[in-house]
Design a protein around this ligand. Structure first.
Ligand SMILES: [Zn+2]
Length: 322
């Protein structure tokens, strides 16, 4: 609409009655959602915008498609938009993405999320894992000071798979063997006393020193004091990499002991385990292959670290705030 005509139209708005105002607002609401999402995408991706094919930083505007500005790379000629190469590329219904980010903040089920946002539940399931793919990467660069580490186990699950690599469980929720076995997924969580937390799904069965090397070592400050239970893998790992290590002998009933001015225990990390497990119950079982996404999701919610839908959305498109 041209400007003079728009002014005239806009001037008539004051003469609307209440139901008419409602109707106009309802008509504009989806567009407002879309505008907000498009603005966030461009704000978030503009610094350091580069070609997804060659990484070149020089590009020029090249029309609009699917509500987004397209760009053309000056070096290789490829066209792209601000979502190319992100997990959200080519997803539809952008106007609903912020509402969906709020669904994630509220930990709603696939079905409830679909009802709230007004899309099919297959869509909210797909969105859940696309959104979380990069949200889960937002982790502290390193853990410092006293770092508690401990593993927890969850029954391995092939929920949603068309073929199982084992016989189906007749009565759900129990491992066919007692103790720690290949039927359990091992999840390592490490948390320092500032609350910075990392986690890793290390595999099936008992934790090994090699797995600690892979998942804990790169994020552990060399000056840190590692505190764990008396599992031999931690001792072997700490000795090999010359990391200061204190173990609490939980089996002997020791939960806390003093070391100078420090309290040596793994209660913070165990509390984190409990919060994660209690929260996960709300989803009535999740597939093992998606566990890293759920761990990342939980970390986003922990202590309200991510507190707004916009902030969560920016993480989903790759603004990592370590
Ligand atoms: Zn290029």
């Amino acid at each position: 609409m041209k400007a003079p005509r728009f002014r005239k139209w806009f001037a008539t708005l004051s003469s609307l009655n209440q139901p008419q105002r409602r109707q106009v607002l309802d008509a504009l609401h989806p567009a407002a959602g879309l505008d907000q999402v498009v603005a966030l995408i461009s704000q978030a991706r503009e610094p350091g915008r580069c070609c997804p094919r060659c990484g070149g930083g020089r590009c020029h505007r090249h029309g609009f498609a699917n509500d987004l500005q397209r760009f053309r790379c000056c070096a290789c000629g490829r066209t792209f938009n601000d979502l190319s190469g992100t997990p959200l590329a080519r997803l539809r219904h952008k106007a609903k993405w912020l509402a969906y980010s709020q669904v994630l903040l509220d930990s709603l089920s696939v079905r409830k999320g679909a009802d709230r946002v007004g899309v099919h539940r297959n869509t909210t399931f797909r969105w859940r894992h696309r959104f979380l793919a990069w949200v889960k990467l937002d982790r502290p660069a390193s853990l410092n000071g006293i770092v508690e580490a401990d593993e927890m186990f969850l029954l391995e699950s092939q929920k949603g798979s068309r073929t199982l690599d084992r016989p189906a469980r007749r009565r759900g929720g129990h491992a066919p063997m007692r103790g720690i076995s290949r039927h359990l997924d091992c999840i390592l969580v490490a948390r320092d006393r500032n609350g910075q937390t990392i986690d890793a799904v290390t595999g099936r069965g008992a934790l090994t020193a090699a797995q600690l090397e892979r998942s804990l070592l790169p994020r552990l400050d060399p000056q840190a004091l590692l505190v764990t239970d008396s599992h031999a893998a931690y001792r072997a790992f700490a000795r090999k990499h010359r990391i200061a290590h204190e173990a609490v002998n939980l089996r002997a009933g020791v939960r806390v002991r003093r070391l100078g001015s420090h309290a040596i225990h793994v209660q913070n990390v165990n509390a984190y385990h409990q919060r994660f497990k209690a929260w996960l119950m709300g989803f009535r079982g999740v597939a093992s292959r998606y566990l890293p996404n759920y761990l990342g999701w939980r970390w986003a919610l922990d202590g309200e670290r991510v507190s707004s839908a916009a902030q969560l959305f920016c993480l989903a498109i790759g603004v990592i705030n370590r």
